[in-house]
Design a protein around this ligand. Structure first.
Ligand code: G3P
Ligand code: MG
Length: 235
């Protein structure tokens, strides 16, 4: 499902939903990405003190909400009182999955500590009880230890290795975890290293590409997907 037949048509992956259009990581942003017909949506998640997995990018709530402090220290009821941009709530992972209703793939980026267990539990629920194909989910993280925990919990789930350094350095861990993809920072890519990663058997889904000239150069390198704030610019 995640294969890319044509080098010039990479998967369109909406970043934090479609954050070029709506407040990042909100239900509105996820809905906007769906409306734009994305192949996949990327969201960031943390586990909060009361155990829920919530969709949020920063370790601290200050930049995006009217609250303060570390998101991991919040209980669900306290977090519900915060607003983003005045009129959005921080959604749970389940709220996002329910909204998506299998319309696109979901890339869950593990941001916080000790998220793998709970995220795996939630995914298993949607696979077993709601008929989501397991390959609709892709788990990524810069925290490779967390990805190791995810693989230990789930031998089948798609894993993407996030890196902002030389992407060739991620091949060994990708092999160790039988990963699907390496998700590099786009400026680290060249025709040569994209080719090496693909020949090693991994997809290349770089982040975050918004400008026309960069989209063009990613397509020329033959990447398999493009993570973008503006999904409508890719096709
Ligand atoms: O998953 C790609 C990208 O989202 C990684 O960086 O900081 O935007 O979560 P960040
Ligand atoms: Mg992210």
């Amino acid at each position: 499902i995640l294969s890319c037949e044509n080098m010039n048509t990479p998967l369109v992956i909406g970043h934090r939903g479609a954050m070029g259009h709506e407040t990042e990581n909100t239900l509105a942003s996820v809905q906007k990405a769906l409306d734009l017909g994305v192949d996949m949506i990327e969201i960031d998640v943390f586990k909060i003190r009361s155990g829920e997995i919530v969709v949020f990018h920063d370790a601290n709530v200050e930049r995006l909400t009217d609250g303060e402090g570390k998101i991991e220290n919040y209980n669900y009821n306290e977090l519900q009182k915060l607003t983003l941009d005045g009129n959005h709530k921080i959604p749970t992972l389940q709220e996002v999955i329910n909204l998506m209703d299998k319309q696109a793939h979901l890339n869950i980026e593990l941001k916080g500590n000790n998220t793998a267990d709970r995220v795996n539990f939630i995914i298993n629920y949607y696979v077993k009880e709601k008929g989501w194909p397991l390959d609709k989910f892709l788990i990524s993280s810069f925290k490779w230890e967390e990805l190791k925990r995810m693989r230990a919990l789930n031998s089948q789930i798609g894993i993407a290795i996030l890196t902002d350094e030389d992407p060739l350095q991620a091949i060994a861990i990708a092999q160790e975890l039988d990963a699907l993809a390496i998700n590099p920072y786009y400026t680290t890519l060249t025709l040569e290293n994209v080719d090496i990663i693909q020949k090693a058997g991994f997809k290349v889904y770089p982040y975050t590409i918004n400008e026309k000239k960069d989209i063009k150069s990613m397509k020329q390198m033959g990447v398999d997907g493009i993570i973008t704030n503006y999904p409508e610019r890719i096709k």
